[in-house]
Design a binder for this molecule. Structure first.
Ligand code: B12
Ligand code: SF4
Length: 473
């Protein structure tokens, strides 16, 4: 579908990423946007999604202002899901207002939900913020806005401008199992630049890499929420309560998830990247995988394990998904002590090695991810991480990766930094808007000053790149 043939849109979702001194990142959009657009379409609202960040990374993108003026949607939806997008979203809001002075601008996503007031204060161009899940509130809001209603006090979860002030309606909606069941994540035809998105680039520097040329990957979760509370995560139990008012996990049935996977395959995706692993061995994925095999779906899967996968899970995964599939494990630190302090599902290095052995024995590729900057971590612990990354790469020929840990809004570290021995330099939305790239970490721990966290993270990342190159030879 070409963006140029679209006219008369009711709502256009626009995803913008982040430009920083080393390049651009945050190119992936929230995974629920196509499903949200589909839900609106089924309610008679013409909705489309445009990933401006991925379009720019692909090269030769039309300026956002021109895209907006040409498509002329009556409502524009800006996602501010990741705090790293903040500056980009503030700039995009100004651009929307210039191109479409009469449009209604609504924002949503994790960060917008937590900082709804701050966002409305910082961006006079934004008319409202949907806090938390949008499947209930957004169709209601759009119907009212298109109908010319000015009183939005009946829209659940909404923060909006009333008179000269900001009104915050009660946050009463969080999607439940039944709501998710009905969502169709595979409606990729509603994404105007679907091919740009299917490359699955996270950072623009990946654009030239052959690995990303023909990936055709979608990001997908069959549920929402997490029962855990890892110190560094803004999506754990406490974060979910603060951001989404989510009382409990919500999950699709395996049948509904199978329909999404079939839709993805029909829409041209070859790989599905999943990061939703709350109850590893309750049989849910075993059921889904059985159905995928029965349906003979030709897909690869990249699966991020929140703990260690059991041998039964690895066996079912190996049996179901084809070449290009991968299991990602995230021990974060080489030190078992640091892991116990920070991860809700910790494991020993011996258990990690045993899991990698099982994965290798089943012929599945593995990737192991590390971070630097965890509470309680010392310089010696980071050296232990370097040693573990090198040892695992040599022994299992697995890929290794590293990044600095961020102090994510609503994470336990963010909510209670003193208890974790962390001093935060960023707290407000303005602080997040001012950050410059992943190495501007914005906090120090008792053992490591800020520049040391950044320096050691960069060093670990470079080590991982070298280890992966050696592995490839
Ligand atoms: C799955 C996941 C991923 C996946 C897929 C992400 C995706 N495409 O959505 C992958 C692995 C790719 C990923 C990557 C990253 N992630 Co992530 N991820 C998660 C995870 C585990 C689940 C998120 C989820 O359930 N999404 C599904 C639902 C909730 O979102 P949704 O349907 O897309 O959106 C709904 C609402 O948010 C809202 N909404 C969203 N956009 C809009 C727009 C408008 C206009 C409106 C009205 C509403 C709205 O409506 C939707 C429907 O209800 C969470 C942790 C957790 N347990 O929650 C972390 C989490 C969200 N990720 C996080 C981070 C930091 C990242 C990275 C920046 C990590 C990195 N350093 O690279 C990258 C960003 C990549 C990019 N953008 O290019 C943080 C975000 C913290 C923050 N507030 O900024 C979290 C909370 C984890 C953490 N460490 O704290 N992630
Ligand atoms: S990092 Fe921890 S708290 Fe966050 S989603 Fe994963 S298991 Fe849950």
């Amino acid at each position: 579908m070409s963006a140029s043939r679209e006219t008369g849109l009711d709502i256009l979702f626009v995803h913008v990423g982040r430009a920083h001194s080393r390049g651009r990142d945050l190119l992936i959009m929230p995974l629920g946007l196509a499903a949200l657009a589909d839900l609106l379409e089924r309610g008679g609202v013409r909705a489309r999604v445009y990933n401006a960040a991925a379009a720019e990374a692909a090269g030769g993108a039309e300026p956002l202002g021109r895209v907006l003026a040409r498509l002329a949607p009556r409502v524009v939806g800006l996602d501010l899901h990741w705090h790293q997008q903040t500056r980009g979203v503030l700039e995009a809001a100004r651009e929307v207002r210039r191109a479409l002075p009469g449009a209604f601008v609504v924002a949503g996503g994790f960060t917008a939900s937590l900082y709804d007031r701050g966002l409305l204060d910082a961006a006079p161009e934004i008319d409202a913020v949907v806090r938390g899940d949008a499947e209930g509130p957004l169709p209601d809001l759009v119907r009212r806005v298109l109908g010319g209603e000015r009183d939005l006090s009946g829209v659940a979860n909404l923060a909006w401008r009333r008179g000269g002030g900001i009104a915050r309606n009660a946050q009463t909606y969080a999607a439940c199992d039944r709501d998710l069941e009905d969502l169709r994540y595979g409606r990729l035809e509603l994404v105007l630049n679907r091919d740009d998105c299917l490359r699955g680039l996270w950072r623009d520097e990946q654009a030239g890499s052959p690995e990303y040329r023909d990936r055709r990957v979608v990001f997908y979760n069959p549920g929402r929420g997490c029962p855990h509370d890892c110190s560094f995560c803004g999506g754990g139990r406490r974060g979910q309560a603060a951001i989404n008012g989510r009382p409990r996990l919500a999950r699709k049935s395996p049948d509904s998830a199978l329909r999404d996977l079939s839709d993805f395959a029909s829409a041209g995706a070859r790989t599905v990247h999943v990061c939703f692993d709350p109850f590893p061995d309750d049989g849910w994925y075993a059921e889904l995988f059985r159905r995928v095999r029965a349906a003979r779906l030709e897909l690869a899967m990249v699966f991020e394990c929140w703990g260690l996968p059991s041998p039964a899970f690895v066996a079912a995964f190996a049996e179901t998904f084809g070449p290009g599939s991968r299991l990602i494990l995230s021990p974060e630190s080489g030190s078992e002590r640091v892991r116990r302090l920070n991860k809700s599902r910790p494991y020993t290095n011996a258990e990690l090695a045993a899991a990698l052995e099982t994965i290798r024995a089943r012929g599945v590729a593995a990737e192991v991810c590390f971070g630097v900057g965890l509470p309680g971590e010392t310089a010696e612990d980071v050296r232990a991480t370097e040693r573990l990354a090198a040892a695992l790469s040599r022994r299992f020929a697995c890929a290794v990766a590293a990044s600095p840990i961020a102090a994510e809004p609503a994470s336990p570290v963010f909510l209670d930094p003193a208890a974790r021995g962390v001093a935060l330099r960023r707290r407000t939305l303005a602080d997040f808007a001012a950050q410059d790239g992943p190495y501007d970490v914005g906090y120090r721990t008792e053992a490591l000053p800020e520049d040391e966290i950044a320096r050691r993270a960069l060093r670990l990342e470079r080590l991982c790149v070298r280890l992966n190159e050696r592995r490839g030879r």
